[in-house]
Design a protein around this ligand. Sequence first.
Ligand code: GLA
Length: 386
Amino acid sequence: MKTAQLKQEFRNRFQYEPEHFFFCPGRVNLIGEHLDYNGGSVLPCAISRGTYLAIGRNKEKLFRFQCLDFPETATLHLQESYSKTGTQWFNYPLGVINAYLANGHNLSGLDMLFSGNLPVGAGLSSSASIEVLTGFALSSIYGIEIDRKEIALLGKQVENKFIGVNCGIMDQFAVAMGKEHEAILLNCDTLDYEYLPFYTDDYVLTIINSNKHRTLVDSKYNERFTECGEALGILKRKLDVNTLCDIDPATFEISENEIKDPVLRKRARHLISENQRVKDAVIALQMKDMFTFGKLMYASHQSLDEDYEVTGVELNTIVDFCKSFSGCIGARMTGAGFGGCAIALIKQPRFTAFQNELTVVYENKMGYAPEIFSATAAAGVREISS
Ligand code: GLA
């Protein structure tokens, strides 16, 4: 058990017993990619893998950050505010502490030992997981009245302002608000949401980590963010809209030539078609029509490949294999892209064959193996017992 290991290590490192243990999951997005910063709706669910935290208060007014998975540690004296140092993992919890301090909360010293079983930087929201985990832990320990939705917003603010990535709200919301066997339909414009039962029946929700070493993801992500803003600015001259996802596919068809730059036009086309696919996927899910859901996943991937251009040879190799594999009814990349993970719906008895065959095909082409595991929709951030 992770908590037993954390407890032992916490004792070794800080010489006392941790006071609390918390867990925050990662997430997959089932469909609706890159819509959250464009006013669209997304359909993520939290998963059972995530990040653990053992935590205790110290009297030395120190924030001590340690992690079982990374050698870097930090010990910082309590001060009024902090800023990011390099690209170290502890910037995420530090950003959350900084946000609480900026909101006027009195924090004392804390010893924190983290550990996770999410592949880091692989598009399963390891960063949102550690942000929301820290936000939830601080609110519990100091009795700060802040609900899960606000913790998610605080995590997003940390990501945008402290870390410097212009992400939307999807990841933090999903890991804060997740529920077992439920997907979350989140309107990223209004933050209205509803839970949709997500039972895949005979199909296994499968996660395939491409294991591609992701580089420059943040800058490419921010580049897409800027492109969307430019495309919206152009269309706003003609259409009375606030976000790109306010535009329906038919209106876009008659207005798209307003955007002269073919790249910007493609970006907008992805968002508008993807927003429609989310609506169609919700209907399919409600009707328990997993075949249609799967087809929409493939269409989503194609659009992310051709119009949004965030896939790459690794993710395309995985999804192409999925299309040829009998027993797979749908697959797509999930998360920001540029490497990272894909998800697929695989018929239960074919799961092991899928793992074996894809591993061979992928390894032959890429020279290294993917990691393939099953997932279910799981609960959001919570305190756990030791
Ligand atoms: C990353 C971001 C999210 C979202 C996805 C793409 O995971 O953190 O806000 O934009 O990419 O859908």
